[in-house]
Design a protein around this ligand. Structure first.
Ligand code: ADP
Ligand code: TYD
Length: 233
């Protein structure tokens, strides 16, 4: 049994414009007959959503925060992402592990080596590859670490993101951080892209919504994953 679905994550600092385009992309895939699982991190399962509320609402030390986020990620992988990939769905995930490296690592200064270890443990496919009836786990020859096939990174200067968010919503724990925090987070994403150039697609997110949408769609079309004419929603 292989995971023959498509796993795409969306990243960027708060206010970069991710959420604006994820639903449009889901519609574009559905219009071409693909089943889509639309999900987000932290969250995506009842347990992970509870952990999300704690992480975004309560002050805590960086290790506690990282452990809760990766615990939520494991639950999400086990219960939503891996089953969807096994079914052959397109999984569109609003943030994944790159956000942990950008926010906890670069933003909060948490140890990147510990994050790498958590990434290896939590995203191991061990225990995730069940048979179709969900019975005994079938072990592959070589254990692999599940990660997105593509990460669409909305790159926007922190000052512009702050202007966009000023009136848009009540800030959560991270959104309330000063612009210097988001400069570090943005650098964290840039570093992550350098480490994984084949997986990352950078989108210049300062453009108009329509141009950003065309750029996002173009990336997916170039991968050969979407064909149809451009249309939003
Ligand atoms: N290209 C754009 N230009 C100007 N404003 C935008 C653009 N894209 C999104 N916005 C607005 O910026 C705010 C943040 O967008 P959102 O998609 O919620 O960002 P994110 O999900 O990355 O935090 C929203 O008010 C949204 O309407
Ligand atoms: C996935 C993830 C998110 N986050 C943060 C980034 C965001 O500020 C917050 C929630 O992300 P997001 O869902 O993008 O928030 P919203 O829907 O309000 O735009 O969680 C981390 O700090 N680490 C992580 O690993």
């Amino acid at each position: 049994m292989t995971m023959h679905g498509l796993f795409i994550s969306f990243e960027g600092i708060d206010g970069a414009g991710k959420s604006t385009h994820i639903a449009g992309l889901a519609n574009a895939f559905r219009a071409e007959g693909r089943a889509v699982t639309l999900t987000r991190e932290p969250g995506g399962t009842p347990l992970a959503e509870k952990l999300r509320a704690m992480v975004l609402g309560d002050p805590m030390d960086p290790l506690t925060e990282a452990l809760l986020i990766f615990a939520a990620r494991r639950d999400h992988l086990v219960n939503v992402i891996a089953p969807a990939l096994l079914r052959g769905d397109v999984v569109l995930c609003d943030r994944f592990t790159d956000a942990s490296f950008a926010y906890q690592g670069a933003g909060r200064g948490f140890d990147l080596n510990v994050l790498s270890t958590l990434e290896q443990w939590v995203q191991s496919d061990e225990g995730l590859l069940g048979d179709p009836a969900g019975n005994k786990p079938m072990r592959p020859e070589v254990e692999t670490v599940i990660e997105p096939h593509l990460t669409v990174w909305f790159d926007l200067p922190p000052e512009e993101a702050a202007l966009r968010l000023a009136d848009a919503r009540v800030p959560d724990k991270f959104e309330a951080q000063p612009v210097e925090f988001f400069r570090r987070v943005a650098q964290g994403y840039a570093d992550r892209q350098q480490g994984h150039p084949e997986r990352f697609a950078r989108i210049a997110a300062s453009q108009t919504r329509e141009n950003v949408w065309q750029a996002v769609r173009q990336v997916i079309v170039e991968k050969g994953w979407l064909e149809g004419p451009a249309c939003h929603e």
